[in-house]
Design a protein around this ligand. Structure first.
Ligand SMILES: Cc1ncc(COP(=O)(O)O)c(C=O)c1O
Length: 379
């Protein structure tokens, strides 16, 4: 890549060359309200009533004053340490300085690349995976090594990743666990093993969907042993705060400090802060939602098995379905019936599939009825 020209053709000043070459990550997110949203793996029923109560009680001066974050890191620690509902709790206690607060995990990912990704450094990750890692690497001028999942069941390419960690010494390893969109799960022991073997690499584990199959590395993590490990969690998917934006990075205090240096002082707004306190304090609501999704997951996979439709389902609150007809036509026909699903067109290994988020049983019944009609299956 050469140096950027001083001006663009319009006469406006040219940005950095990496930005000029960048294709922005754009998700088709308009006009979704009122429809059954099975396209972005969001919570499909909304947040806890306690979140809504807390938001309604926000006084005017909270809006006029810059946001305050006191106590939120402590609330995250308390939530993560909570052993209710059979959750394993933490082997090593966390301190508030080990929690980074971000305007969604997207902002955390952006900050990680900003803080750690130098021009020419390598990002090692998998393919297909969450779409925002690539533009973040590109805007830093990083080289991307994206290793395909293996086999028809999309197994994690452990041996290749191990070898490349040693051979290429990437600056960043991004692991989405379970992976969006393949659902591939990697055992916490294996993540820790990778982190121990590559102390110069920041190993980032994006755990947005861990709650659905209990895949988190956090219960076993000891950040004094693996200070190069960084875990991402969000209140978007299970807690239902996608619209307010609240994400967390959990790691060694040094890494959290460095990643937090590249954000603005008030990037998280005070509505999100209020909602986060209420959501973190009502884990029972999230647990009940997750339990509903798991029941719906069993229900839809039984239907798919009985109908012979090719599908792939592993971790997370989503599955991949290969329709008989053109996926674009099926997606459009479902949309006409008020149901949104996500096309995987152009994604390596899974081109031709649709990603369908899993909501409640009633919602999956609604999806199945429409899908079976569109595909002329026996419902
Ligand atoms: C794997 C993964 N990471 C991060 C994000 C973004 O999370 P947030 O809404 O907290 O920014 C998503 C959202 O779809 C995701 O699927």
């Amino acid at each position: 890549m050469g140096s950027s020209p001083a001006r663009m053709s319009s006469g406006a000043p040219a940005p950095r060359v990496e930005v000029e070459c960048l294709k922005a990550y754009s998700a088709p997110l308009e006009g979704r309200r009122g429809l059954l949203r099975l396209d972005f793996n969001e919570n499909t029923i909304g947040p806890s009533p306690r979140v809504l109560e807390a938001l309604r009680a926000i006084p005017a001066d909270q809006i006029a004053v810059y946001p305050e974050y006191d106590g939120l890191r402590e609330a995250v620690v308390a939530n993560l340490s909570n052993r209710d509902q059979g959750r394993p709790g933490l082997t090593q206690p966390l301190s508030p300085s080990q929690i980074g607060l971000f305007n969604g995990v997207d902002a955390a990912i952006h900050a990680i690349f900003h803080a750690y990704g130098d021009r020419g450094d390598r990002l090692l990750t998998t393919s297909p995976t969450f779409g925002y890692y690539t533009p973040c690497a590109q805007m830093q001028g990083m080289k991307i090594l994206a290793i395909p999942y293996e086999g028809s069941d999309f197994r994690f390419p452990l041996q290749v990743i191990r070898t490349l960690l040693q051979q290429k010494r990437p600056r960043l390893l991004l692991l989405c666990n379970p992976n969006n969109p393949t659902g591939t799960r990697l055992a916490p022991e294996q993540i820790l093993e990778l982190a121990v073997a590559a102390p110069e690499t920041l190993v980032v584990v994006d755990e947005l969907y861990e709650a659905f199959t209990g895949d988190s590395v956090l219960p076993q993590a000891d950040f004094s042993v693996t200070p190069n490990l960084l875990v991402l969690r969000s209140l978007a998917k299970t807690a239902g705060l996608a619209g307010l934006r609240m994400g967390f990075a959990i790691g060694s205090a040094d890494v959290i400090d460095r990643v937090s240096r590249v954000t603005g002082p008030y990037d998280i707004n005070s509505f999100a802060v209020t909602a986060a306190f209420a959501a973190l304090d009502d884990q029972a609501y999230v647990d009940a939602y997750v339990a509903d999704v798991l029941k719906a997951r069993d229900w839809i996979s039984a239907r798919l098995d009985a109908s012979g439709v090719p599908y792939h389902l592993d971790g997370g609150n989503y599955l991949l379905i290969w329709p008989q007809q053109q996926p674009t036509e099926v997606e459009a026909a479902l949309r006409k019936r008020g149901i949104l699903v996500r096309l995987m067109t152009g994604k390596p290994l899974i081109d031709g599939s649709l990603r369908v988020s899993i909501g409640t049983i009633e919602q999956m019944q609604q999806f199945w009825q429409a899908f079976a009609t569109v595909e002329s299956l026996a419902a």
